[in-house]
Design a protein around this ligand. Structure first.
Ligand code: THU
Length: 130
């Protein structure tokens, strides 16, 4: 599947406009293509109890399920200027659970697979009885 990264980045930038980031003043937008072709987005939602902040990826995953589920095949997140940022470690874990095998991400060091940015990820199979 050919990914239009520029378009996905712009969709992430558009999503960042919905961020609630009064504390960090660092709005983040995320966008991903689902395996059925639809696009899901998210933005960060902060909280006065700072540690409760929801990253943009959290709301993207919520939208994934609210709109029918599926697996992510391509993902990117950007800051308020539209520059690509790396998903934080927690969000790499969050994404890996809902990523199709080989999901591609646009990163600060080029296009990479989810397996490259979170190698040997803990996942559902680790919970299976052996
Ligand atoms: N943030 C995200 O939304 N996603 C990430 O992957 C990195 C960080 C948000 C959390 C917080 O609202 C702001 O960026 C500054 O850390």
């Amino acid at each position: 599947m050919e990914i239009n990264w520029e378009k996905l980045r712009l969709q992430a930038l558009q999503a960042s406009k919905n961020a609630y980031a009064p504390y960090s003043k660092f709005p983040v937008g995320a966008a991903a293509i689902v395996d059925d072709g639809r696009v899901v987005t998210g933005a960060n939602v902060e909280n006065a109890s700072y540690g409760l902040t929801l990253c943009a990826e959290c709301s993207l995953i919520s939208e994934l399920f609210a709109s029918g589920g599926g697996k992510l095949v391509a993902f990117c997140c950007v800051d308020a200027d539209g520059a690509v940022i790396m998903p934080c470690g927690r969000c790499r874990q969050l994404l890996s659970e809902h990523a199709a095998a080989g999901m591609m991400l646009e990163t600060v060091s080029g296009i990479k697979s989810i397996e490259e940015v979170i190698p040997d990820a803990f996942g559902p199979s680790d919970l299976e009885e052996s």
